[in-house]
Design a protein around this ligand. Sequence first.
Ligand SMILES: [Mg+2]
Length: 199
Amino acid sequence: MKIACFDMEGTLTPEIWEQVALDTGIEGFNKTTRDIPDYGELMDFRLELMASNNLGISEIQNAVNKLDLLDGAKDFLDEIKESFQVVILSDTFHEFASPLMKKMGYPLLLCHNLDLDKDGSIKGYKLRHTKAKQQAIEAFQSIGYQCLAAGDSYNDIQMFDVADHAFFMNAPEKIAMEFPKIPSFNKYDDLKKAFLEVV
Ligand SMILES: [Mg+2]
């Protein structure tokens, strides 16, 4: 039994911060790892924007509650679970990811933690590891599991570097073209087929 490792936002769900941008009208929240590849730099930027606009955890939770999985993602995951163990390796945060986890049927989620103040303002964040996705895959491999990985953006390259099989899913053409050795898909059926070829 191999482990299927999925990025969450952009791969299985919409981008959470884009919904925050929509709700607040603040354009800066639309930036993702596609725009600022260094995740620490991106989070620092987001938290400064939150603080300067007096926004806290509840605004993000409200945004997440409005989101649905991407079309076909739930069926895809259900089918993949028949042949693989499924884990979500995400740069999201435990403090607001749970509504999406519920919609996915509560797969194992490995991500980061926020440092919250009593009033719900966000004091900071704690990345589990600077290369948390890569670290997780190497850990699974160290206990004898082969890993497949699928993601849509720059922050997934670290897991593609070590995974036994790597695939882009929903990646912008620009990013997929920078890494021509990684097969790139836009339909879950195609990704499922690629996964099942290496069961
Ligand atoms: Mg993503």
